[in-house]
Ligand binder design. Structure first.
Ligand code: SF4
Length: 259
């Protein structure tokens, strides 16, 4: 949100942690988690991000979980101060923009990212549902890497094939590093995996693809159940017919008890 000349953001939290997904797995990042998401994936483990909370949580010391709360929306200057405090010598590999859907905050990010880069010198990584190509086009000049989802209708309940295609092409034709993540569960439809592989291969068979077995979730609706080992082996083989890099990586931050 832009208020006069003072940009403000609606945030969930700012903290330092070990990335548990995708190409940056195991690296240390400063996470900036934005509020709001326009999707409603069945497996969502971040539904607390769907609305804007009155306050956001800000870690005071990297990794200490000594959170303090501040009212939303947050002025750009405050966010820069919090990130600067996290940015201890050699500790972090990059900054992760996550959510929710960070691309819903594109006007703020256009203001924020050049300052963030100048302040920290750290690479900037964006995690997204991969369905908002127009916003992505505006942000590409300020990013180093992008992790985009392909939402499988049989798993997520979302159907975004056309937007994903355009989004991936846009990223691949830019200077950012891009990878694709697909959440799989025991009900995944293999024809959707073939369709995803074709979509990625039509842009480039070299783009890394991560199959992420869903982290089981008990909820009010149908329980979310991980795929069997046999399903995972078969589906990786299926996608490797047309793609060079298909890796299977679960959410490692959950395994090691990280945020
Ligand atoms: S895109 Fe991410 S935050 Fe949004 S509903 Fe899906 S899993 Fe949740």
């Amino acid at each position: 949100m832009l208020c006069g000349t003072q940009a403000t953001a609606r945030l969930i939290e700012v903290f330092s942690a070990i990335q548990g997904e995708g190409l940056n797995v195991g690296t240390r990042q400063i996470f900036i988690r934005f509020a709001l998401c326009d999707l409603r994936c069945h497996f969502c483990d971040s539904f607390h991000t769907w609305a804007v909370p009155p306050q956001c949580q800000v870690e005071q010391t990297p990794g200490k979980r000594d959170f303090e709360t501040y009212p939303n929306p947050v002025p750009l200057r405050s966010l820069l101060k919090w990130v600067d405090r996290q940015n201890q010598h050699r500790l972090h590999d990059s900054i992760s923009l996550t959510g929710g859907e960070p691309l819903l905050h594109t006007p703020f990010l256009v203001e924020c990212l050049p300052e963030l880069r100048q302040l920290t010198g750290l690479p900037i990584y964006l995690e997204t549902g991969g369905h908002r190509p127009e916003e992505m086009a505006r942000l590409l000049p300020y990013l180093d890497s992008v992790g985009m989802d392909i939402k499988l209708p049989s798993v997520s309940g979302e159907n975004r094939w056309a937007a994903h295609r355009e989004f991936l092409k846009l990223c691949h034709n830019s200077s950012v590093e891009v990878f694709v993540k697909l959440i799989i569960d025991c009900h995944t439809d293999p024809t959707e995996l073939e369709q995803s592989a074709d979509l990625v291969a039509a842009v480039s068979a070299e783009i890394p693809v991560f199959l992420q077995p869903v982290t089981p979730l008990e909820g009010s609706g149908q329980p979310i159940v991980a795929p069997t080992p046999e399903q995972v082996l078969a589906w990786q083989a299926l996608m490797k017919h047309s793609l060079k890099q298909v890796r299977v990586v679960p959410q490692t931050h959950k395994i090691i008890g990280q945020l």
